[in-house]
Design a protein around this ligand. Structure first.
Ligand SMILES: [Zn+2]
Ligand SMILES: [Zn+2]
Length: 289
């Protein structure tokens, strides 16, 4: 059995090779042992075109995991279901909440799941919604809902969620990450990391005791976080034992540069078409392009 974790970046804001289409969003094909999972689906059907261009089949997925409801992670779901057929779709129950972005003069824009639950089910989605951690396959488990304790959560006051009576600053209750359990550590795969990286790492330690997170891959939503806070985050994340950051998507170019300058470990920005292999000791290899 191939024991390495393999990740193919099927959608990200930048492209590592000409034959794939980059764009604002995230989709990662995660393969571990016998289990293949699509983590997020990008904003549109380009995830399927990119998968074809990279010769990554989207059939026989153990699950599609939705990190949260934002359209840039879920918009490609109908196209993926059309390609993959009926598939288990794992997410937090709050994934269907109505969420918005407040954009100055443009006002409030809906940024949640584009279709209703019924419409996805009619297209083959078999939802498994859980607030608790959920096993996806051998060695792959979601964090479930991430308790938010840290003041270093990447608060973004422009992001909103409809509550029972009004629209409020987003609590990001649906934001979950995927954990790959390596030999004596783990790899954490984030969507936008809205729950805050330190909170996510803490939850990862709770879900996988004895396997401290060593690698983090995905979006960290640091677009609105000042440089000094990003630098502090880099130091804290390293102090918790993380040695490799593979940031992408909504981490933002500026924050990525700060991480590269201030994180004492390794920082490898991801990009569409990139293929990553991580062995049981969290050593990584970039396979392509
Ligand atoms: Zn995003
Ligand atoms: Zn998001």
């Amino acid at each position: 059995m191939e024991c390495a974790l393999r990740i193919v970046v099927l959608k990200e804001n930048t492209a590592a090779r000409p034959q794939v289409q980059a764009g604002h969003g995230l989709a990662l094909l995660v393969a571990y042992g016998q289990t293949r999972v699509l983590f997020d689906t990008g904003p549109d059907d380009t995830v399927v075109a990119n998968a074809r261009a990279l010769e990554v089949p989207l059939g026989s997925l153990a699950a599609i995991v939705l990190s949260h409801g934002h359209y840039d992670h879920t918009g490609g779901l109908p196209a993926v279901l059309a390609e993959a057929g009926p598939t288990r779709v794992v997410a937090h129950p709050g994934v269907f909440d109505q969420t918005y972005a407040q954009n100055g003069r443009e006002g409030m824009r809906y940024i949640g799941l584009p279709l209703s639950r019924d419409e996805y089910e009619a297209r083959g989605a078999r939802f498994e919604l859980s607030e608790s951690p959920l096993q996806i396959g051998e060695g792959l488990v979601t964090t479930g809902e991430v308790p938010q304790e840290s003041s270093a959560a990447p608060t973004d006051s422009r992001l909103l969620r409809r509550g029972p009576t009004s629209v409020l600053p987003d609590s990001f209750r649906d934001d979950l990450s995927l954990l790959a359990l390596l030999q004596a550590c783990s790899a954490v795969i984030t969507g936008c990391g809205h729950a805050g990286l330190l909170n996510i790492l803490r939850q990862a330690e709770t879900v996988a005791p004895g396997r401290p997170p060593r690698v983090v891959i995905g979006g960290l939503h640091l677009l609105a976080t000042p440089d000094e806070e990003v630098a502090n985050l880099a130091a804290e994340v390293y102090a918790r034992g993380v040695r490799t950051l593979m940031p992408g998507h909504c981490t933002g170019e500026r924050a990525t540069k700060v991480l590269q300058a201030r994180f004492p470990g390794e920082v490898i920005p991801i990009s569409t078409g990139m293929q990553i292999r991580i062995d049981g000791d969290a050593n990584h290899e970039i396979l392509g392009p």
